[in-house]
Design a protein around this ligand. Structure first.
Ligand code: BES
Ligand code: MN
Ligand code: ZN
Length: 512
């Protein structure tokens, strides 16, 4: 989808989308109503369209017109418009205007594939939103929402024999008074969209394709954006003493990898902030094998690593003025003759030993070494890890909120606010000494599972044993990274959860 910003004008052809917050026709509404000889006003009346947000009214343009469709889209929130409202509205526009699978793709139809969007919002609402500047941002966020909705993971859909896959490029033309300002507001958002779509692609990709080495290879593409990418293979990981991470991957024929991505957008001396991702490319459970139903979902068990990669893309592409490192541990958890057994004791890079009582509690083992390494090498201002860590977080919070565990109230507040604003919400869950005790074992420094209860907290507590005196937050995204409910800006199984949230977190608190 191409995005264009132009001075507002009624289009001569294609689809015309008019954003409005009431049933009364505004400036452009009246113009188009005249052109359609009153058809628009009649439709509004007969359909009872009131301009409420996330509602729409679609009509075929009359025969004498070159326009194909006229669509009214409601924007009335009952109050101020937030960027998120506009993004969801942009998503709605993209969904209404997506050509059907069997759409004609003649040269002419292609050329006429324009969707023109105009804003018919009374000026007092725009003024309430802070005048000119906001008006341009309105359009930029509509465009972002449209891009996110437009995302598709269709690379494995082949065309019927003898036919070429139809390739329809839509042009979304947004009419704004100040196109240059709108373009400027959209520039960073376009890169955020690309980062989110990258994360979605990684999560959606099946595990026979996205193996740990393949994932690592894909991160190298970030070098083009100025990200320094290092990939460590098993020899290096052994040298570093990462016995916890390596133990998880030892049953797989795919070699484990650790990828370190660095973006330096601020002065050389500034301590970075660090993001660490769980990248289990497939989680069978290992010898503690999972039951078959829904096991295919475990191709998304690298959702944390995907979010970190997508975030690094977004930050570097938009040239964020911050120093950021992303570290992802990539492994495949398989049962085999070489797999780790329940009862095995491994030594982590930190020197602490771990008794493996369930090989399916593998994510924490990967993160233990990744967290330790990140903290030792980079001495970051703070560390945030993302992981599809526990099924228990789904039981506690469902799929609307990610679980958040942290040793810092400040970090929690920041993540909470960013999450609210971006529509990727987090909910703080408890860490406590009593949960920590639950992972003690007589045989080693700790075991990798707690008891029956508080599974997400004991997992987080395990991670905390690898965090020294540094601000840290752990986001359990098992419920939000994949298979989450569809929304106006996401129809994909892999949601890319975390990219939008953390991009905002960085821009609001670390780029000043
Ligand atoms: N990857 C899973 C967690 C998961 C479950 C993510 C469902 C998404 C959807 C994780 O590695 C796991 O298997 N956790 C176990 C831990 C248990 C063995 C202590 C779990 O949640 O059952
Ligand atoms: Mn597991
Ligand atoms: Zn897992």
């Amino acid at each position: 989808m191409n995005i264009r910003f132009k001075p507002p004008a009624l289009p001569a052809s294609g689809t015309f989308v008019l954003l409005t917050n009431s049933k009364e026709l505004g400036k452009y509404g009246k113009q188009i109503n005249k052109r359609t000889k009153g058809a628009l006003a009649r439709a509004v009346k007969s359909q009872g369209f009131e301009g409420k947000k996330e509602t729409s009214l679609s009509l075929l343009a009359p025969a004498h017109s070159k326009l194909e469709r006229i669509v009214l889209v409601g924007l009335n929130t009952g109050g101020l418009l937030t960027p998120l409202d506009l993004e969801r509205t942009g998503g709605l526009i993209a969904s209404i205007c997506t050509p059907a699978d069997n759409a004609k793709t003649s040269a002419k139809a292609k050329a006429e594939n324009n969707i023109t969007v105009l804003f018919d919002i009374p000026s007092e609402i725009i003024r309430r939103e802070d005048g000119e500047k906001k008006t341009t941002q309105l359009a930029a966020h509509v465009a972002l929402g449209a891009l996110l909705r437009h995302y598709q993971f269709a690379k494995y859909k082949t065309a019927p024999k003898g036919k070429k896959k139809p390739k329809i490029t839509q042009n979304l033309v947004l009419g704004v008074e100040k196109p240059t300002a709108a373009r400027k507001a959209f520039a960073p958002l376009k890169h955020v969209a690309a980062g989110i779509c990258l994360a979605r692609d990684l999560v959606n990709e099946p595990a026979n394709v996205l193996t740990p080495p393949d994932f690592a290879k894909r991160t190298r593409a970030l070098a083009k954006l100025g990200v320094k990418v290092e990939v460590f293979g098993e020899t290096k990981l052994k040298q570093l003493g990462m016995g916890a991470l390596l133990g998880v991957g030892q049953g797989s024929i795919q070699p484990s990898q650790l990828v370190i991505m660095q973006w330096q957008g601020a002065g050389k001396t500034k301590q970075p902030i660090a993001f660490i991702g769980k990248g289990v490319c497939f989680d069978t459970g290992g010898i503690s094998i999972k039951p078959s139903p829904n096991m295919e979902d475990m191709r998304g068990d690298m959702g944390g690593a995907a979010a970190v990669t997508g975030l690094m893309h977004a930050l570097a592409a938009r040239k964020a003025k911050a120093n950021v490192v992303g570290v992802i541990g990539l492994v495949e958890n398989m049962p085999s003759g070489t797999a780790q057994r329940p009862g095995d004791i491994v030594k982590s890079m930190s020197g602490q030993t771990i008794e493996i009582l369930n090989t399916d509690a593998e994510g924490r083992l990967v993160l233990a070494d990744a967290l330790w390494y990140t903290q030792k090498r980079f001495k970051p201002q703070c560390m945030i890890d993302l992981a599809t860590l526990t099924g228990a977080i789904l039981i506690a919070l469902g799929q609307e909120y990610a679980g958040m565990f942290s040793n810092s109230d400040t970090l929690c507040k920041r993540l909470e606010v960013a999450g609210q604003n971006e529509g990727e919400k987090v909910w703080r869950m408890p860490l406590h000494e009593t949960f920590d005790k639950m992972i003690d074992t007589p045989n080693a420094d700790m075991k990798n599972i707690g008891g029956r209860y508080a599974g997400s907290s004991t997992a987080a507590q395990f991670l905390q044993r690898f965090v020294n005196n540094i601000d840290w937050a752990h986001l359990d995204i098992a419920g939000t990274a994949m298979g989450a409910p569809k929304s106006p800006i996401n129809q994909s199984w892999g949601s890319g959860f975390g990219v939008k949230l953390l991009n905002r977190f960085v821009s609001d608190y670390y780029e000043g």
